[in-house]
Ligand binder design. Structure first.
Ligand SMILES: Nc1nc2c(c(=O)[nH]1)N[C@H]1C(S)=C(S)[C@@H](COP(=O)(O)OP(=O)(O)OC[C@H]3O[C@@H](n4cnc5c(N)ncnc54)[C@H](O)[C@@H]3O)O[C@H]1N2
Ligand code: MOO
Length: 642
């Protein structure tokens, strides 16, 4: 039976703290905020945290043991022995042969090492020194005495702890539980990774992400099979998972769509404590309890899902394990762009962070909740409180880091024009010079120069044609960065041309064709070198931008222009040959241009920049670029302008 009529179209907007408090209070009321300890074999307990102290059951050693290979003796019988006056002991009565670890006979109390003994006859040994009682004997309990505390509660067990516990005769320990968490992906559109994709299919990867997070936070995930959007199936599955799980996570179907059943399913089986929290992303999170078991509806969009997990699941798992949530390292950084935020929610903004000179700079990443790459690229998170309209460019803000500060200090911040060779540069750099990494933000060539001007980048990729002189980059640097000492290094010459669909169905052969009524173009953003080149070429041809359809549609890099042509929403756009190749498009050459890297002299001697230069000049880099089409590397690595 489908329950479309039960669709909920209204979400609350509860402040985060309130939602958390209400949920945790509700859990403690049904005693679902604590878990019993788990008793496991000691030998499997590495890394687990003791819930109870561990006391030795037996002593170690539990008998008097020889510490050396030699003879066991009664020390009294060795008294008076010396070099001048050796003593003869008979074996085995007065001197019994023992190995390291052997029990000491009850009438003996010391050991003489075998190398200090001479055989005087078949059953006689000669000793030349008297020995003290218990010499070379490990007495009972020397290491551990039965009943002694081996490790206290709350200790993360290391291999040496496991050894001591086993030596103390304790084969099982009670540890903090690994909360059992079922992860149920839902959505009729979901297909398994690797399947052939039809339009509308979505690769099911969230359950793998959420399960990974559960493990990372000490839980034991069980990834369930994906379910279609079917109310009855969702109810049945939750019901069957309740007995053997401490927490059930239902992923997606949490918001207000016609196929969103998670809310209704939880409500019908138990209680929904909260639905809709004033956070962005992650708003439609559902906090519920069924039969004393928490059931959380995590939104479907990957970024919303990860954030909702961080905010609601992580504290619960840590609480259950009697641990506090580890603190994330925090720094203060300057934000490189203005960010407008909504009054409706507390926003979590993913940022890339780099240290330029002596200050940290944070650059916002894509804000879409579906963009898992924003999490992949992210170095940290900025929280914009609900009652703030946003952040002003240059404002100092706190950033919670998820990479180490050391890593961030080894990040070369490149801001500017996009070129595929930068990805190769970045790859080669990380391979050859860890921990150095290159972080590239693509804001166009002018954006790159402005970032250098504001001291927010170590380098900028630029290809700016000066329409007056026909010269690349130098006139712009002289004009806009006149007060800065900039070194320009050539990365490559590259071909720019029109990207058109495979086999050129619209028969586009040059910029003149952009005037045709049946040709729709896509442009780059203002300040992008490619746009300046287009304007320059159009002016040369006496074509005005008003004559062109699509001139005002802007994309921010070559690949998005290529994607627009590939997707059929535009017939052509100016871009580099490598972008055409990447998406299997045809390419109509228009011009060859110089793509350089501008580096402020202040950073020239910094190891990070020196590594970049070494990579640019390396054979491996040149070889990888040669495999792309449309590049000329004859001047690559040359210094062009100081
Ligand atoms: N009218 C409204 N529409 C939406 C609202 C709203 O308040 N009113 N909220 C939006 C917000 S905010 C979010 S977040 C999403 C979350 O919606 P659901 O939890 O219902 O998730 P779905 O719509 O089912 O999926 C969203 C998106 O994520 C993809 N997805 C789902 N599961 C997986 C998975 N296991 N692996 C990978 N990707 C997955 C799914 O295919 C969708 O593309 O709702 C907004 N809408
Ligand atoms: O919560 Mo949604 O995650 O804002 O996109």
């Amino acid at each position: 039976m489908k329950k479309n009529k039960k669709r909920k179209v209204y979400l609350d907007n509860t402040p985060l703290d309130e939602a958390l408090e209400t949920f945790f209070n509700a859990l403690s009321e049904v005693e679902a905020d604590t878990l019993a300890g788990e008793t496991i074999l000691t030998e499997n307990a590495h890394g687990r945290i003791t819930k109870e102290p561990v006391f030795a059951k037996v002593s170690s050693p539990h008998y008097h043991a020889s510490a050396m290979d030699g003879i066991a003796v009664d020390s009294k019988k060795t008294q008076g022995a010396s070099l001048r006056n050796p003593k003869i002991l008979t074996t085995p009565q007065d001197a019994e042969l023992v190995d390291t670890g052997s029990p000491i006979p009850h009438d003996k109390n010391a050991v003489i090492m075998i190398e200090d003994v001479d055989w005087a006859g078949r059953n006689e040994v000669e000793i030349v020194e008297s020995v003290a009682p218990w010499q070379h004997v490990r007495t009972i309990g020397e290491d551990l005495v039965a009943t002694e505390l081996i490790v206290p509660a709350g200790q993360k067990l290391r291999p040496v702890d496991i050894g001591a516990i086993l030596a103390g005769g304790v084969t099982e320990v009670t540890v903090e539980p690994k909360p059992r968490v079922a992860v149920v992906p839902t959505g009729t559109e979901l297909v398994e990774p690797g399947e052939r994709l039809k339009p509308g299919d979505v690769v099911e990867f969230n359950s793998r992400v959420l399960s990974g997070l559960v493990s990372q936070w000490g839980g034991k995930p069980s990834k369930e099979d994906k379910l279609p959007d079917d109310y009855d199936l969702i109810v049945e599955t939750i019901k069957s998972l309740l007995p053997q799980n401490d927490l059930i996570i239902v992923n997606a179907g949490s918001s207000a769509g016609a196929q969103d059943y998670t809310y209704q399913a939880i409500k019908d089986m138990g209680e929904v404590i909260s639905h809709g929290v004033a956070i962005k992303p992650g708003k439609p999170v559902i906090l519920g309890i069924i039969d004393k078991t928490p059931v959380i509806g995590i939104p479907g969009y990957p970024v919303s899902a990860v954030l909702a997990m961080e905010l609601f699941v992580k504290p619960l798992l840590y609480k259950w394990q009697n641990k506090s949530v580890p603190k994330q390292e925090e720094i203060t950084a300057k934000i490189s762009r203005r960010v407008v935020s909504s009054f409706n929610a507390q926003e979590y903004l993913r940022v890339k962070v780099g240290k330029v000179g002596d200050k940290f700079v944070a650059t916002p990443l894509g804000r879409g909740a579906s963009m898992i790459m924003s999490l992949v690229k992210s170095d940290g998170m900025i929280v914009i409180p609900q009652m703030r309209e946003g952040l002003e460019k240059g404002e100092e803000i706190d950033v919670k880091l998820h990479r180490s500060k050391e890593n961030i200090e080894s990040t070369i911040v490149g801001i500017g024009s996009h070129d595929i060779s930068l990805d190769i540069l970045s790859n080669e750099l990380s391979k050859r010079y860890p921990p150095y990494t290159l972080s590239s933000a693509h804001v166009g060539s002018m954006g790159g120069l402005m970032a250098l001007k504001r001291g927010e980048a170590h380098m900028a990729g630029v290809h700016l044609l000066d329409p007056e002189t026909g010269e690349y980059n130098i006139p712009h640097i002289k004009k806009y960065l006149s007060d800065q000492d900039i070194i320009l290094v050539n990365l490559a010459y590259r071909e720019q041309g029109l990207l058109v669909a495979k086999d050129n169905p619209k028969n586009i052969y040059g910029l003149e064709d952009l005037k045709r009524e049946d040709v729709k173009m896509v442009n780059r953003q203002k300040g992008a070198g490619t746009r300046i080149l287009l304007d320059y070429k159009l002016e040369e041809l006496g074509i005005s931008s008003e004559q062109l359809t699509g001139y005002d549609r802007e994309e921010v890099n070559h690949l998005s222009v290529a994607a627009a042509v590939n997707g059929g929403t535009a017939d052509c756009g100016l871009g580099i040959r490598a972008a055409a190749e990447a998406l299997d498009l045809d390419f109509i050459p228009v011009s060859k241009e110089r793509y350089d890297i501008a580096i402020p002299r202040d950073f020239w001697d910094w190891e990070g920049i020196q590594h970049i230069l070494k990579v640019i000049r390396s054979e491996e880099f040149k070889h990888s670029i040669d495999e792309l089409s449309g590049y000329d590397l004859s001047a690559s690595g040359e210094i062009l302008h100081c």
